[in-house]
Design a protein around this ligand. Sequence first.
Ligand SMILES: C[S@@+](CC[C@H](N)C(=O)[O-])C[C@H]1O[C@@H](n2cnc3c(N)ncnc32)[C@H](O)[C@@H]1O
Length: 248
Amino acid sequence: MTKKNEKIKRHVKEHYAEVAKGTSCCDVSTCCGASSRASYAKMIGYSDEELKGLPDSVTGTVAGCGNPTALADLREGEVILDLGSGGGIDAFLAAKKVGPKGKVIGVDMTEEMIQLAKKNAERMKIENVEFRLGEIENLPVEDRTVDVIISNCVINLSQDKDKVFSEAFRVLRPGGRMLISDMVTQGELPDEIREDPEMWAACVAGALDEKVYLQKIMNAGFEKVEILARNGFMEMVSSLKVRAYKPS
Ligand SMILES: C[S@@+](CC[C@H](N)C(=O)[O-])C[C@H]1O[C@@H](n2cnc3c(N)ncnc32)[C@H](O)[C@@H]1O
């Protein structure tokens, strides 16, 4: 990894450690703008019903750009993997849907986020979730053990998206599906944005052109790659909801 890449990764980690500790410089310095975390969560697609059962320590660190579990059609007994689980909101919503016979694994590279998610699970007495410290480019998960992968505004933060998608493919069982909410661009962002660590942490600089992004998913072996929704965020940048399947 080059010094420049290391600097970006360090900055992203430090930024999300601050979000986890509730000491981020800008209250809603997440993937999209909103006046408070609660309105932010609603703005990106969580329903009142979903939010009302969650403590502030979960809703207060929401940092996604969509609501992937609402699109994943999760079934009882399924094993779910959340890439970049943050404070755990999607893992907890998924845990409810898959029930005690199912299981959710959240993976995140930021120690503070993992600690927060574990505390949140304890506080809510949710037992079918497990949070693992690790990188989505090197998933701490066995081959072909996962039914559904979800991810919410995380893959844009990776500097090796090919590796992320090939790892996702490896851990999914044949016929498994992936539901991603992520930032993409329509065209190439200027270099001064692409090289700015702050813009990386804000889920903008690492966003790829939509066509390139979808091609990377297909290159990893996924099929039936489908855009479920696209919501504009700022000029040239949107939040994309994508579904893809690992062939049976
Ligand atoms: C924008 S936040 C989204 C958190 C969560 N998915 C949500 O919707 O609230 C991005 C999260 O991804 C984690 N992350 C970023 N890059 C990662 C990587 N390469 N591997 C694992 N986790 C990563 C960060 O630590 C942070 O918790």
